[in-house]
Design a protein around this ligand. Structure first.
Ligand SMILES: Nc1ncnc2c1ncn2[C@@H]1O[C@H](COP(=O)(O)OP(=O)(O)O)[C@@H](O)[C@H]1O
Ligand SMILES: [Mg+2]
Length: 242
């Protein structure tokens, strides 16, 4: 039995066990979240404002640390393993201004790969490919600060893609994108075999890009099931402020 449990753990890409977190002001933002996500699964996290979605996402690569356990690829998240885990888990924040800080778009996207032990030619190739994927290659020499919010969002996505994390986590990815760029991102997410977690209010985007849905409210997961089932259950959605 124990052996089987160990095997299960190793097969899961993400495991959280009794994850709880309080902000410094005492607010209990997450309570006992236990969830397992297998490799390659596409998961939506929905829930009203303040449900704890962003707080939960920020636990997964240790930006915020609460109580309980997090395993990524079977590796327990600790001070010792945090660097290794951050290579595996890429987070695209809700506000791209939190992610971009270099003089040019090119530098922002090259920032991650510059830490890998690879040559400049390879870095150049990765940066251009990543910018191309979000249709922002034309802006490579611009300052990120001169871009629109939607363009910044696309550059911040490229910056994370450039690091090739195995797990991609998006906090409200579609909110700033115009219909064409939203469609392109949805197409990319649908096709990729990476493990994906998307916190979103955009229920149509969730249906298009994910197969599993976690409904959060008051810092807990109140529902976990197929995306189309949860999003078609009006009663559950209304009951949870959606
Ligand atoms: N930095 C912070 N300090 C104190 N409370 C916070 C902070 N960030 C978020 N919160 C609170 O934690 C709860 C969960 O927030 P959040 O995870 O941002 O929810 P969601 O992303 O679902 O809207 C909310 O009540 C929010 O006000
Ligand atoms: Mg949020």
């Amino acid at each position: 039995m124990q052996c089987w449990e160990e095997d299960m753990k190793n097969n899961m890409h993400i495991i959280t066990e009794n994850l709880s977190f309080s902000y410094k002001d005492g607010l209990n933002a997450l309570s006992n979240i236990s969830v397992s996500i297998p490799s390659g699964e596409h998961v939506a996290i929905i829930g009203p404002n303040g449900a704890g979605k962003s707080t939960f996402l920020m636990q997964l690569n240790g930006i915020l640390r609460g109580s309980g356990k997090i395993f990524i690829d079977g590796i327990l998240l600790t001070e010792k393993t945090i660097k290794e885990i951050r290579k595996k888990v890429g987070i695209i924040f809700q506000d791209p201004n939190d992610q971009l800080f270099c003089p040019t778009v090119y530098d922002d996207v090259a920032f991650g790969p510059l830490h890998f032990k690879i040559g400049h030619e390879k870095i150049d190739e990765i940066v251009k490919k990543s910018l191309n994927r979000v249709s922002m290659l034309h802006a490579q020499k611009k300052s990120s600060h001169h871009l629109s919010l939607g363009e910044k969002k696309r550059v911040s996505i490229a910056a994370v893609l450039a690091c090739s994390p195995e797990i991609l986590i998006f906090d409200e990815p579609s909110s700033m994108l115009d219909p064409r760029n939203k469609r392109e991102l949805a197409d990319f997410l649908t096709k990729t075999e990476k493990t994906i977690i998307i916190a979103t209010h955009d229920l149509e985007f969730a249906i298009k890009t994910t197969t599993r849905c976690l409904l959060m409210n008051n810092g807990t997961i109140v529902c976990d099931g197929p995306t189309h089932e949860i999003l078609n259950n009006k009663e559950i959605l209304l009951k949870n402020g959606l």
